[in-house]
Design a binder for this molecule. Structure first.
Ligand code: ASP
Length: 313
């Protein structure tokens, strides 16, 4: 029997068109994907819905929270077997991880996008949408958390990242790889997530800053975030999790006023650890009270801290 899938559009290139005169890619008033729904209906009964129509650099945590509320409302009173969300690829991984942390659904939630707009040669939108619907309708996708499906690969929201500015093979999970693949005839999962976190949030009423650490960085930017009213900060540290010594007063200052400081590595493979005991080294940072977030990118660690701070107690 065909599954019932809720298809939610949020914008992005997958819903855009190229202006053939100027070559610029623009928002399309009528979603070009809706014209292709007949091709997708063979895999599932689709109910379509547009939450917003935005380029994904315009998507904020507040918008993600709105999307989360729509998701929860629709799954509470209805009997959808799965959800597919179309989204711009620039911040797709962040919306996916936001939903991973803030919803706790066992039905599949699959996010997809496209690197080429609907009327470009080699447009990948309809194909990715079809793959996402097939994954969302698959029994094996149940209880796997929020998934990202593009280019025949299935990734977890936790590990996936956009690795190339224009290639259709842009979404990868460095160090971990995809957890499944989409073939012409089947959906194959070969891994499953072990650990999942859940932060029930109502409102986004906190601010978390993030800095990529660079050689010679000082404390001034860290000092400034106290006055700017930030509630937490994520540092993408050097190597295994180290910072220049001139940042120590700034870090100490934040910890003194109970602003959590989270450390990840700016390397996209490996994890931040408390190894080096020199001034600014990971061991010293740990002793000061810096928290290590193992294996997350800076942008994911930032969302995790934001949701932790906003979570309903
Ligand atoms: N800039 C676009 C966006 O994220 C890129 C895309 O969707 O592929 O909205």
């Amino acid at each position: 029997m065909k599954k019932n899938i809720l298809l939610i559009h949020t914008g992005g290139t997958i819903s855009m068109q190229m202006n053939t005169q100027t070559g610029g890619v623009i928002l399309s008033p009528a979603n070009p994907l809706s014209l292709e729904i007949d091709k997708i209906q063979q895999f599932a009964n689709i109910t379509e819905f547009e939450v917003f129509n935005l380029p994904s650099p315009h998507v904020t945590p507040e918008k993600m929270n709105h999307l989360k509320n729509v998701l929860l409302n629709h799954t509470e009173n209805t009997t959808f077997d799965g959800i597919v969300i179309t989204h711009g690829t620039d911040t797709l991984e962040e919306t996916a991880y936001f939903l991973e942390l803030s919803t706790n659904l066992s039905i599949p939630v699959v996010i997809t996008g496209a690197m080429r707009s609907s009327n470009e040669i080699g447009a990948d939108g309809v194909y990715n949408l079809m793959s996402a619907v097939r994954v969302a309708a698959s029994e094996e996708a149940v209880d796997k958390g929020v998934l990202v499906v593009l280019n025949d690969e299935i990734h977890t929201a936790t590990n996936v990242t956009k690795t190339h500015s224009s290639s259709v093979a842009t979404f990868q999970s460095p160090q971990y790889g995809p957890i499944g693949i989409v073939t012409k005839s089947a959906i194959h999962f070969h891994h499953a997530p072990i650990t999942r976190f859940h932060y029930p949030v109502k409102h986004i009423d906190k601010k978390v800053a993030m800095f990529k650490i660079y050689a010679g960085m000082e404390s001034d930017l860290l000092h400034s975030i106290i006055n700017l009213g930030y509630h937490g900060v994520v540092l993408e540290g050097l190597g295994q999790g180290n910072v220049p010594p001139a940042m120590i007063p700034g870090i100490q200052n934040l910890l003194d006023v109970n602003i959590p400081v989270i450390l990840v590595s700016r390397c996209f493979n490996g994890i931040a650890q408390d190894i080096y005991a020199y001034e600014g080294g990971g061991k010293m940072l740990k002793d000061l009270g810096v928290r290590f977030e193992h294996g997350l990118s800076g942008q994911k660690a930032r969302l995790k801290l934001l949701l932790e701070l906003c979570a309903i107690n």
